[in-house]
Design a binder for this molecule. Structure first.
Ligand code: ZN
Length: 332
């Protein structure tokens, strides 16, 4: 019964396509490949709410005496992005979207979830091993994990949330391993959500997101390839100076492109482009449990009228292929 129905629909499509061949050509055309360099795999948590993109467009006027903390997520938009409620729902929605939009993702986070995703879609997932504190893992265990072959990238390294600079000596040997093995490293530098210190991360310091804090570490590891996650937002001056002085430093656009006001996002991206770094900017989402965020974030770049088509392709794909030493033929 179902089969018959499907056949009739298919026949209908083919007939219509016969009259309007371009319609079918357009609807079945494969999307140009996109690499999302910043995806998080985490266990589903039904308490995490749906998300309104650009929710930080109006920071709350808060007060410690108020009973509620300033919220980092809001639900006050007509069409919030639904949070996946189970691991299965997340995996299915994410991988189906990645397939449809031809997205390959660099994924860090929960090891069992990364393994599940990778097993289901090995061509869509590039596993990344994150460490932000020497207590997470010994240097030896870290090196063993990277040489075993499953993990291709180091990240997200986020010492800022623990009140630590990325140049802290306790992390130095880990960066040394990445440099020796030629493994690229993603480091969180920038903001951490409205009221992050008050709500969830008391050790976080905004000042520890300053891009210049990377310089001592980079000087010790001149061959290390790093990318600054969140593009060091909002510290464009330091970001531009750092990229100017350090030839292998790239940035990603994750997080801030769907949380801060659109005008502000475009002003920041435009500034980096204007400064000449169009070949060092990579697309990323910081996707957690809202599968639709892929589309929302892609749209931000697609709609940037100050970017040429070539610049968009660099951001979506070419820069990441170069940075991560990927084989472009693999995406054809
Ligand atoms: Zn981050």
């Amino acid at each position: 019964m179902k089969h018959n129905y499907a056949m009739r629909v298919l026949l209908g499509i083919l007939l219509v396509a016969g009259y309007f061949p371009s319609v079918l050509a357009q609807s079945t055309k494969k999307h140009l490949p996109i690499i999302d360099v910043h995806v998080h795999a985490s266990k589903a948590n039904p308490n995490i709410p749906d998300l309104c993109p650009w929710f930080l467009k109006s920071m709350p006027g808060a007060d410690p005496k108020q009973t509620t903390s300033p919220s980092i997520f809001s639900n006050e938009c007509p069409d919030p992005l639904k949070a996946a409620k189970t691991d299965k729902e997340m995996q299915e929605a994410l991988l189906a979207t990645a397939e449809r939009l031809n997205v390959t993702m660099i994924v860090s986070g929960d090891a069992s979830i990364i393994h599940n995703w990778h097993k289901a879609a090995p061509n869509r997932i590039i596993p990344s091993l994150g460490i932000s504190n020497s207590k997470d893992m010994t240097v030896k265990a870290f090196e063993d994990s990277l040489t075993a072959g499953f993990y291709k990238v180091m990240g997200e390294v986020a010492p800022q949330y623990q009140g630590m600079s990325p140049s802290d000596p306790s992390l130095d040997e880990y960066f040394g391993v990445a440099e020796k093995l030629g493994v690229p490293v993603g480091i969180h530098m920038g903001t951490g959500g409205n009221g992050t210190i008050n709500i969830t991360n008391p050790k976080y310091r905004a000042s520890l997101g300053r891009p210049f804090l990377l310089e001592d570490m980079l000087a010790k590891h001149p061959k290390l390839k790093i990318w600054v996650m969140h593009a060091g937002y909002p510290m464009a001056d330091e970001m531009i100076a750092l990229m100017g002085a350090n030839a292998y430093v790239y940035v990603d656009l994750a997080g801030f492109i769907w949380s801060y006001p659109l005008e502000e996002i475009h002003a920041y991206l435009r500034r980096l482009i204007q400064a000449g770094f169009g070949k060092r900017i990579m697309y990323g989402t910081d996707l957690m449990i809202w599968p639709k965020l892929l589309e929302t974030s892609i749209q931000v770049i697609e709609s940037a009228n100050y970017l040429s088509e070539d610049q968009k392709r660099d951001i979506f794909f070419n820069n990441a292929v170069r940075f991560f030493n990927l084989d472009p033929n693999r995406f054809k």
